[in-house]
Design a protein around this ligand. Structure first.
Ligand code: GLU
Length: 459
């Protein structure tokens, strides 16, 4: 997974090196030197901060919890990216996720660099009071390198508005008299968060897929029917057809994407399966997503796992193993759980023709190549799941102006921004022989390289 990002960045740089329209003023030795610098800059983070948070627990134990803040690149603006609270966090993973943030922000023209944080804990093992202390300690240990114009964290897996509120409050106590609203995004609305931030990633995931398969195909029929690009052929088979959708993961991203799909009036589609860490629920006639969301809100985020629980909420579904969601005979599979879910050992069992990455890096390099070669359309994380950071940007702006937008305005601006990106990358994707991930990376790397060159960093 880690080498995947680096490999695609390198391939994108190789393509740019050969492209005579890219920075034509750079020739010969100077061009070679500039590209050597680019490889060095984009393949390594600027800083990796690591601390052991000292946390006295309620049972009398004192834990030293490893925590990271990685600052990958800030050519486009302050570092930006979530803080993951998860037991599988490790340094390499955080570095990779930080570099994905650099690419994601560049792709969508969000004026931020890339960063990421992680705390190695299973939040379910700690009380609220202990989690509050862990969140505050994180800010204390990293307070020198964070700030509204330096590095702005946000929620990620295992963290949400509650943690961001705590962290912003701690930042404010440590830096009295300094601007603090923009120090963290993804805060609750009463605390200066943006309306729509919580739903933004899931809504953006569904919008990306919907815009591509509905609006874009309709408006570019000529382009798609003329080319012999395999992905254009795949896309056309889904046009105007009722689509079946399965969603892996029913957290903040998956549940919202499933609800959007369920309510969408643009497409005739049915959400026929959802899953979480315990189960897959299936119904070929479509699942009652609002009822399932309501259930999860009363049950610590978990989906029903027994017939009895399903009967209680009057939802009809077949219950099966949590992995089953990946192998169903559906048109679309939205991956909104963890990374590395589709890999060498299970890639042959995947039947969906379109995979949408709601989570970061859910498909390994090997599986990505295997599925792309078959003509499966993979909508990559940096394209599909950028709704969160885009609305984080709106939140940061609103915090500066202390002027807040309505929810409708936030979603209108979000879709406008994502559509601009899609209108840039999709014509190339359906024209070129590259998978969409490679296309998006080329776009981001072009932008970053041009900026680094203009900033005089490529000597
Ligand atoms: N953690 C989210 C992501 O991976 C959001 C980051 C942010 O809002 O800064 O994109």
């Amino acid at each position: 997974m880690i080498s995947q990002t680096r490999d695609i960045v390198q391939r994108s740089l190789d393509a740019l090196l050969e492209d005579e329209h890219f920075l034509p003023e750079l020739q010969g030795k100077a061009r070679e030197q500039a590209f050597t610098s680019l490889t060095a800059i984009l393949s390594t983070p600027n800083h990796v901060h690591k601390s052991y948070l000292r946390v006295p627990l309620q049972n009398g134990r004192v834990d030293r919890i490893p925590a990271f803040r990685v600052q990958h690149n800030n050519a486009l603006g302050p570092y930006k990216g979530g803080i993951r609270f998860h037991e599988s966090v490790n340094e390499d993973e955080v570095v990779n996720l930080a570099s994905l943030m650099t690419l994601k922000n560049a792709l969508h023209d969000v004026p931020f660099g890339g960063g990421k944080g992680g705390i190695i804990i299973n939040p379910r093992d700690y009380s609220d009071k202990e989690l509050n202390l862990i969140a505050k300690k994180y800010v204390q240990y990293f307070s020198d390198v964070l700030g509204p114009d330096k590095d702005i964290p946000a929620p990620d897996m295992g963290s949400g508005e509650r943690e961001m509120d705590w962290m912003m409050a701690e930042y404010k106590s440590i830096h009295p008299g300094y601007p603090y609203r923009g120090s963290f995004t993804g805060k609750s609305v009463v605390n200066g968060g943006s309306l729509g931030r919580r739903e933004a990633t899931g809504k953006g995931v569904f919008f990306t897929f919907r815009y591509m398969i509905h609006d874009f195909i309709h408006n570019h029929k000529n382009l798609l029917t003329k080319t012999d690009n395999i992905f254009a052929k795949t896309a056309l088979t889904y046009e105007d057809k009722p689509l079946t959708i399965a969603v892996q993961g029913f957290g903040n991203v998956g549940s919202v994407a499933a609800l959007e799909a369920h309510q969408s009036t643009h497409l005739q589609n049915k959400v026929v399966a959802v899953s979480d860490r315990n189960v897959t629920l299936r119904n070929e006639d479509g699942l009652d997503i609002p009822a399932l969301i309501e259930f999860t809100m009363r049950n610590k985020g978990d989906l029903p796992t027994t017939e009895e629980q399903l009967r209680e909420i009057d939802v009809k579904a077949e219950i099966s193993d949590r992995e089953d969601v990946l192998y169903l005979d559906v048109d679309v599979l939205i991956l909104a759980a963890l990374e590395d879910q589709i890999h060498g050992d299970n890639m042959e069992k995947v039947k969906a023709g379109i995979l949408v990455e709601g989570a970061n890096a859910p498909i390994t390099t090997e599986a990505d190549k295997f599925l792309s070669d078959k003509g499966v359309i993979i909508v990559p994380d940096i394209l599909a799941n950028a709704g969160g950071v885009i609305v984080s940007y709106f939140e940061w702006l609103q915090g500066r102006e202390t002027q807040f937008y309505s929810e409708d305005e936030v979603f209108r601006m979000l879709y406008e921004k994502m559509q601009e990106t899609l209108d840039t990358v999709l014509p190339q994707f359906f024209g070129d022989p590259f998978p969409l991930r490679q296309n998006c990376y080329i776009h981001s790397v072009t932008k970053l390289s041009t900026i680094l060159y203009r900033q005089g960093k490529l000597y």
